[in-house]
Each structure stands twice: as C-alpha cells, then as structure tokens.
Design a protein around this ligand. Structure first.
Ligand code: GAL
Length: 663
C-alpha cells in the first residue's frame, strides 16, 4: 500500500470525525481516521467468475464507467465475486458507487451485497447494464469481517461486469486487510478396503463391428484375478488386468458377470454390454489437458497423464479417457517453433505439430493400459487457440482421428462463426450434423463431445445432432464464483440428459491447474471442491479432471476416488439431478437412481455454516428412509420424515436415501 492510497484525511472528514481526529473531541481511540480504498487490499484473495480484478479499471481493462459516468478510482470485477476483508473491528464506514460497467453495452445483471459478520448489511437488488449507479454509505462500527459480494443476479455470469467505484473503507487504528479463508482441507473418503470391490460403469455401449475396450475397474490388494461368466463370444477378458477386448458383430444386449478376487476375498458384479448405435451410456470419466497445460501441452504430458491413471490408481475407480485439448496441431503464425509444421499431408489429412511425433504410438500406449484416448478440433478453419482445424476437411479429419486410434472428439465452435454466417438453430446445428455423420462412418467408436458454450439451448437438440455430450456454459475457472455459478445454473437442463447424451458444465478445477505453463493449486477451498464433485456427480456430468495428474496430492486423490460418489455420477438410469429447493443461500438437488433410491446434495452457498433440511415429502418419497453419508461412506440411520445437516460455508452434505432393507 502506498502513502497515497492510505490518505490521512482529517480535512475531508465529516465535522465530528475531523474534530476527533484533530484531538478536539474525546474519542475511545486516539488514532486518526484513515481511508483505505479496496483496491489497496491484497486482491489475490478476491475471487471472481471471469478475468482478474482491475485496479482503477474494468475487468476488461477500460476506464470504469457506469451509465455514462466515469470513475477514476475503484475495482472492476465480475460476478460471481467475493472479497473477504478483516476489519479488525476498527472500521467505521464503507462507501462506494456500484453498477454494471458500460463495456457490456447494456447486457449483464448482477446484485452487489455487503455482508458484515455473516449478516447482509446492504444489497443493491438486481442491477442491469445501463442502470444508474447506486451509492453505498453504511456504518461498520464493531464489525470484524466484511465480505463484498457480487452475485450473477440469478441468470448466469455472462456479461456480469461489476464496478465497485470509489470504494473506500474508513477506519481508525489497525488498517483493514484481505482475509484469507483458512479452512483445513479435510479428507473424507475412507481408504479403499484390501478386499476386492468392483467400481465404475455397470453398463457399456459399443457399435457392431467396432473394437471393444472396457476395463473392469477394481480396488483391493494386488494381485487381483479377474474372471467373467456369460461374456459374449467375440470378447476376451485378460485375467490379470481386467481389460476386456474384442469385437461384437450382432446388435443386442448381454448380461455378463465379472469377478475380481484376491487372497482376501471376491467381488462380483453384473456388467451390461449393449451392442447398438449408442455410446457413452454413462457419463464419460477421464482427464483433459486444457485446465492445466493449455497451449503448452506436449506428448510427454499425455504419456505422463496416462501413466498416472494407473500409478495413482484412478483407473481402479473407473477413470478412462485421456484427452488432448487444443494445440496438438500446427500453428504457423506463432513465435513458438514447436508448433510449426505442414498443416496437412499430401492426401489432405490433418497433421500433428512436432510436439506430437506419433499419435498412433500414443493411442496404442493408452489402449494398452485399458484406457481410451481423446482429441480436439473445431468446425472452423482454426481452433480457439489459432491452430489449424477441420473446416472443409471434416471427412478427412474424421478418418485421420480414427486411423490414429482416438475414441473421443471434442469439437469446439471457435472460428466457425467467422467464416460461416447464419442464424437460428439450423445454423448452430449444421457443423455438428456434418462432423457427427463423418464420425459415425468410421470403423471405430468415437464419442462426440460438442463444445459451443450452450448456444441455442443445446441441451434441447444436442442429442439430435449425434452429440454424446455438450458444453452448456462458457469456460470454468478455479474460483468459487465461476464453479458455483456454472454448477448451480444447470437447473432445467435435465430435460436433455440421459444414457448416451449428457449436459457438460465444463471440466473439473481441482488439484494443480493453471492453463499452462505455470500451475497453481486450485483456488477452491476443500469444501468448495466437495461441492464441485458432488454437484457434477448429481448432474450426471462428464467428469474430466483438469489438473496435472503427476502432482496429485492426498486430498485431491481422495476427492476423485470415492466410489460411492462416483456411483452417483455413473448410475445406469442416467437421470440428471433436479433442483428441489432454492433458498436464499442454500440449495437442495436430488437425483433418482436406478434402484429407486435418491442421491441428495444439501448445499450451503452462504458465508457461514448453516443447517440445511430436506423433507421426504419434497423428495416425493415417504418415510421411514435410510440415510447414508456418501463422502464419509457412513450410515446415518433411519429418519421418519426429513433429514437436516449442518453444512459448512460453500460446502455440501451428500446423502443417499433409500427404503430400509426389509428385516
Ligand atoms: C475453448 C473451450 C475450452 C478449450 C479452449 C481451447 O473454447 O471452451 O474448453 O477447449 O477453447 O482453445
């Protein structure tokens, strides 16, 4: 903080304070009153749903401006935003002028809130772009903790550019400081038992004639021995790895029984194999390079990720896809020579850049581990990162991807809108119908992941264009604002979800993330990460880990390997959770599972721990019901009519409720 920022300001104070500061009036404290602009605080503790906080400028770097009025000073932020401040009970006033920044051109809707010691001191109500600025002038005497909040106004964070202009805390004595939320990260998942347990998907789809690859995921002391009864002719199981391979030519369904055994015992499970045109009968689970390596990705990162699936034991819990995102293909207009190369081979098929010398060897290695491989392209001439992509080469690129041995394509809209103009749903569907058809013509199964950020309410038509999943939102970042506003805005999208077709609220932001090359531990607290994984599991979302798997710490690994939570995500019925209760700062979401039981998430979106309750009536169930805590894998007994839990700040209690077993 500079002297200029802490302005000792007896001269500009209201008369009483000025006199007191000058010593003319007796006051409890003899310290002079001072002002602290919030921009002088440590803003690395400010979380927001998009971009970085701007000091004396908007989130996009423009001069601050609300409804035509310019402000020289203030904080330019973005919903969902939170800045916790330790006032040390020394503050007297908070003043600011707030509104949506004019750079959104009238778009965006947000609500500013000022929270003091857990109570709402001030709220702007929902403000829209171009609304006149609102002034805040509130007393802070006696308050220890202040949180400045911007919510998304209830409709997602698009265009929610929030200006806290001239925002100043007046104090006497100790200066306010940003507060670190120092919650311990508590490991909740019990260690896997040494006895065998079979995990992951219970149903798998394959097309007739395509190569089949499925790994029976199992925990338990090694060595494990795998067997299968009633495996259809054409498939073989490797008894030492649990990897099933082969080809099935006839359409139909098979009910195989797989076992995993070791010296301590044996686990058995039914595995349904469906031979039809439908893939992704449960949400895909895996990893993607973007949220950690982004444009810095190399082949070595992908090999390391695949090896980590095995070494860290992720494969034993059902994690399967190892996906390369953008930047595997040439980008000649870039200073980085490792991206330079011929865009296409003589026959017109897309080439990889020199960072990826052999895609075929790479996918062979991934497959040899019982895992699957994913890749990325765009229907436009270039990807979002400016690399060459599939415009006018859709058939050739689909063939190339298949020859290389990939099992998954993320197809990202990016530059398509720059070369093809149009309107309406037909325009939005067209490039996906085209590539979907090309993928289906290949002699292997390639899961089709649409990425166009939810345009045209894609959840209503993604399945019709052959999508197995589709992004419903813009990009996630590792902040509470981003993750919570994306996750809790998925209500209503459940109409589009089911086996073979899933809503995708973007990839997971746990562990070491950073969009390459430098990484940092996720800025989500432990409880926020439990909320993230619980909500994505309830939503039947694709689970794509976004962190560097070579840097998995105990907490993150624990978070990703809770088999009872994963079972919620992988439930074969494929329902997406519905929001049952939307309180002011708490929500309850419930997902009906195959056996008629329900997985229920009790979420606290507020700043202080609080009780969250769900009645069986609201779940359309009748008691008594058996309750199980899924993160702790502990029975909580029988409850007649309802369940209530104390839920930590930004946290969750995830339970399963079921009819008690008949005695
Ligand atoms: C974005 C996409 C991200 C990532 C990136 C690559 O459009 O949403 O998930 O794929 O492009 O450039």
């Amino acid at each position: 903080m500079t002297m200029d920022q802490v302005r000792h300001c007896a001269a500009s104070l209201p008369l009483g304070l000025a006199l007191a500061a000058a010593g003319a009036w007796p006051m409890a404290s003899t310290a002079a009153a001072a002002e602290q602009p919030i921009t002088a605080l440590d803003l690395s503790r400010c979380t927001q749903g998009f971009g970085e906080p701007g000091i004396d400028k908007s989130v996009e770097g423009h001069p601050l401006s609300i409804a035509g009025t310019h402000f020289a000073h203030g904080l330019g932020s973005h919903a969902e935003m939170q800045l916790p401040i330790d006032l040390k009970k020394a503050a007297t006033r908070f003043t600011a002028t707030v509104g949506v920044d004019d750079e959104t051109d009238g778009k965006g809707s947000i609500e500013f809130r000022v929270i003091g010691d857990g109570k709402r001191l001030w709220s702007s109500g929902v403000m829209h772009g171009k609304d006149a600025a609102k002034s805040i002038d509130i007393p802070l005497a006696g308050i220890a903790k202040l949180i400045l909040v911007v919510t998304d106004g209830g409709d997602g964070i698009a265009y929610d550019h929030a200006d806290w202009s001239d925002a100043v805390i007046t104090y006497q004595g100790a200066a306010p400081e940003s507060l670190v939320v120092n919650e311990p990260k508590v490991v909740l998942t019990p260690k896997s038992a040494p006895t065998p347990r079979i995990n992951g998907a219970k149903v798998v789809g394959v097309r007739p004639g395509s190569p089949f690859l499925f790994t029976v995921a199992a925990t338990g002391e090694r060595p494990l021995h795998f067997e299968a009864v009633d495996l259809p002719a054409g498939l073989t199981l490797d008894g030492s790895t649990g990897i099933i391979t082969g080809v099935l030519t006839q359409r139909g369904e098979h009910d195989a029984v797989v076992t995993a055994s070791n010296a301590l015992g044996k686990a058995t499970r039914h595995l349904r194999i469906v031979v039809s045109d439908r893939l992704a009968l449960t949400p895909p689970m895996g990893w993607n390079s973007w949220n950690c390596f982004a444009s810095a990705v190399t082949e070595a990162n992908i090999y390391a990720a695949a090896d980590a699936f095995v070494k860290a034991g992720l494969r034993d819990h059902g994690w399967t896809y190892v996906n390369i995102d953008d930047f595997w293909m040439p980008k000649n207009r870039d200073a980085d020579a490792t991206l330079h190369g011929d865009e296409r081979s003589a026959d017109g098929k897309i080439n990889a850049n020199p960072r990826f010398p052999s895609m075929k060897k790479l996918t062979e290695r991934i497959h040899s581990l019982g895992l699957k491989a994913g890749i990325y392209s765009s229907p436009g001439p270039t990807t979002c990162g400016g690399c060459v992509s599939s415009y006018h080469h859709e058939r050739l690129d689909a063939e190339r991807i298949a020859e290389w041995g990939f099992d998954y394509l993320k197809y990202d809209w990016c530059s398509y809108g720059e070369v093809e103009k149009g309107e309406g749903l037909e325009y939005l569907k067209k490039p996906y119908i085209l590539m979907g058809g090309m993928l289906r013509a290949q002699p292997r199964d390639i899961l089709f992941s649409l990425c166009q950020y939810g345009m045209g309410d894609v959840w209503n038509w993604g399945e019709q264009v052959g999508g197995n999943c589709w992004r419903t939102t813009g990009d996630i970042t590792d902040s509470w604002g981003s993750m919570s506003s994306i996750g809790f805005n998925q209500a209503g999208h459940e109409v589009g979800a089911g086996p073979g077709h899933w809503n995708d609220p973007d990839m997971l932001v746990v562990g070491w993330v950073g969009w390459g090359p430098s990484l940092h531990p996720t800025r989500l607290t432990g409880n926020e990460q439990y909320t993230h994984i619980s909500l994505w599991s309830l939503l039947s979302a694709p689970l794509l880990i976004g962190c560097d798997l070579t840097k998995l710490d105990e907490f993150t690994l624990n978070l990703l390997t809770n088999d009872e939570v994963i079972e919620v995500n992988q439930d074969p019925a494929g329902f997406q959770a519905r929001r049952i209760i939307k309180g002011d700062e708490s929500e309850v979401w419930a997902k009906t599972l195959e056996d008629g039981s329900k997985a229920v998430g009790l979420f606290n979106l507020g700043e202080e721990e609080k009780p969250v309750r769900i009645s069986w009536h609201d779940l359309e169930l009748s008691g008594p019901l058996h309750v199980r805590d899924l993160w702790r894998q502990q029975d909580l007994g029988i409850q007649e009519d309802a369940f209530q839990a104390t839920v930590p700040r930004h946290g969750v209690v995830l339970i399963k409720v079921a009819k008690p077993p008949v005695p």
